[in-house]
Design a protein around this ligand. Sequence first.
Ligand code: ZN
Length: 294
Amino acid sequence: MKIVYSPAFLRHSMGPGHPECPERLEEILKYLEKNLKYEEVEPSLASDADLLLVHTKKHIENLEKLSALGRSFPDNAFSKETYSISKLAAGAALEAAMLSGSSFSFALVRPPGHHAGKDFFAGFCYLNNMAFAVRKMQSLGKAKKALIVDFDLHHGNGTQDIFKDDPSVFYLSLNQDPVFTYPGSGFESENNPHIRNVVVQEGATENEYIQAFESSLAESVVSHKPDLIGVSAGFDTYGLDQIGSKIRIFHSSLYNELGKAIKNCGVPTFGTLEGGYYLPALGENVYQFLKAFE
Ligand SMILES: [Zn+2]
């Protein structure tokens, strides 16, 4: 097991009191250091040229400019380092993908990525780490058909935006009902043969959740036959998460079951951290997920 991580991720700040805070990674690391056997790997920056695989030139220039200016928006704060730390997070996702052939690897990053689209940043995300890693793996000839499994509470509207016209990448998202959940997308009516949104209803139990996860994952693997699986791992489905979970997940072991279901697909797999804000359980939730791949 390899964890791709840099202390630079702690320097990214959304401002005081913001739930997407450096303490998230500190809590996770504290828990993993005590409980999991892993090797830490240092990432390198994604290059501007490579980022064009998923983002427009205008978006990349925009991020650079907003970072230099230190501008802030309700869900995205910029400081001088935002652009470079975002590129390091994208680079970390790629590093995890590159290592996926030998063992499961996980990019423990901030900022997260799945709300960042071709030409937009949103929801605490700037660059789409997962999409970048998958596209770069394809461009290197290391993957042909990839499956992205996104179990964050929120729909990965950025990931869907990037891949909606690209049948070489299957995007599977389990997301809470978009009628009352940010970003307001992720309806099953948006599905196409390689985009599959599964809406999880308010009040769903752990049992209902794992059943929906296992069956939609198995069907997606059978229909797409991926040679690479990327997991957008968000832990804000946890029932006590303050970002809006109305799903009744209260046992960290549920995340172990998600990990096992993915591992059982028998395909080279890597993951990146997306959301998850309830600090008292975040370390254990991430640990339980990773433990499935030991
Ligand atoms: Zn989320």
